[in-house]
Ligand binder design. Structure first.
Ligand code: HEC
Ligand SMILES: [Cu+2]
Length: 341
């Protein structure tokens, strides 16, 4: 039991049966109720069928006369029309209630709440997160692949998270099973969903709508933190990128700036507005992320090197090309990336 409980709180646990948010809780309740009702019907129907088979089987010594045939019996016709009708009606009501419970009420957060608004943009094959506002404060922070949100503790103001879901290319779907249901990200339209985590920790998920070759590696990571930790995270992310003054560090930065990286990546920097590409993930605080390539590999200097040399060796088909830099250039680029704390 203890082992089971421990396993349930592991990030690897993607089960909708261990919910960590009110909406996931409602969905779990619905799943169990629907399984119970339909399971009951299954047992009933199969039970009657088996009973009839056994009871009316051909037995030695009995004549083979046909049993009485019943045609057009009104009571029977009415019973087997009305009974399923009632079952379907009950199921529709149950689903309706859950749809109501999980609806995102982004314009009307609960009274006293401290809502966080984040715009999520799905890209082939990574996630862009733009923090719009928190508790009424404008944020304007952009990051990628690791979404940090505050926990909602019992007895304290709820901290609902409203996600505005968009797509830069094809259809994707945001799904962190323990935190809520799936919601699609569709090109040319914005969907909203609501998350509210009631425990801290790392929650994993997965793009749930086939979106191309690397769909299966479009992983989701949601880090739920205490409100204090979350404030610290926001403060760090809001800072501009570190501005190197030391000679080698400055040279590293210039190597990076001389390459085409700047066309696809942004590094927010007060003095330098040249690194402002938006095709790839924002790298301003790259080192604050535990993983790269949307959760595929750990963010280590070795993996960064491997990634820049040949992203395809890690994520085949991904939309960043490799760079055959010489040793000196490569050391410079990795040195600069490592400084993006
Ligand atoms: C053609 C556009 C393009 C260019 C040029 C480009 N990148 Fe990328 N980069 C991307 C895309 C797209 C991704 C996301 C890939 C994915 O996860 O599927 C990415 C991902 C990354 C990541 C991982 C970020 C993360 O959080 O997962 C790093 C680091 C990176 N690029 C560094 C560089 C460096 C350094 C250069 C220049 C040497 C460079 N990129 C040039 C498009 C580009
Ligand atoms: Cu996707």
């Amino acid at each position: 039991m203890l082992a089971l409980l421990a396993a349930a709180s592991q990030p690897e646990n993607l089960s909708i049966l261990s919910p960590a948010s009110p909406s996931a809780e409602s969905i779990k309740g619905l799943l169990i109720l629907v399984c119970a009702i339909t399971g009951g019907i299954l047992v009933l129907v199969e039970g009657i069928l088996i009973y009839a088979l056994v009871r009316s089987r051909r037995r030695a010594g009995r004549d083979d006369a046909e049993p009485p045939q019943v045609y057009g019996s009104k009571p029977i016709e009415i019973a087997w029309t009305v009974a399923p009708g009632i079952v379907v009606f009950v199921l529709v009501l149950l689903v309706g209630r859950v749809l109501w419970e999980v609806r995102p009420d982004a314009d009307k957060p609960p009274p006293g709440a401290k809502p966080l608004y984040v715009t999520v943009v799905g890209h082939q094959w990574w996630w862009e997160y733009r923090y719009d506002s928190y508790d009424g404060r404008e944020l304007g922070i952009t990051t990628a692949n690791e979404l940090h949100i505050p926990v909602s503790e019992p007895g304290k103001p709820p901290r609902p998270v409203y996600l505005n879901l968009q797509s830069a290319d094809v259809c994707h779907s945001f799904w962190v099973p323990r935190l809520g249901g799936k919601t699609d990200l569709l090109p040319g339209r914005a969907n909203t969903m609501w998350l509210q985590a009631d425990q801290t920790g790392l929650f994993l998920g997965q793009c749930a709508e086939y979106c191309g070759t690397q769909h299966a590696n479009m992983l989701l990571r949601v880090v739920v933190e205490s409100p204090e930790e979350f404030e610290r995270y926001l403060a760090e992310e809001a800072k501009p990128a570190i501005d190197p003054t030391e000679k080698t560090a400055l040279a590293d930065k210039n190597t990076f700036r001389s390459l085409s990286c700047v066309n696809c990546h942004t590094i927010r920097d007060k003095q330098d507005t040249r690194v402002n590409g938006t095709f790839g993930p924002d790298l301003t605080h790259l080192m604050a992320r535990k993983t790269i390539a949307s959760g595929m590999v750990e963010n280590t200097p070795e993996n960064l090197r491997k990634w820049v040399l040949s992203p395809n060796s890690i994520k085949p088909g991904c939309l960043m090309s490799g760079f055959e830099l010489n040793e000196r250039e490569m050391n410079s680029v990795i040195g600069y990336l490592k400084s993006l704390k």
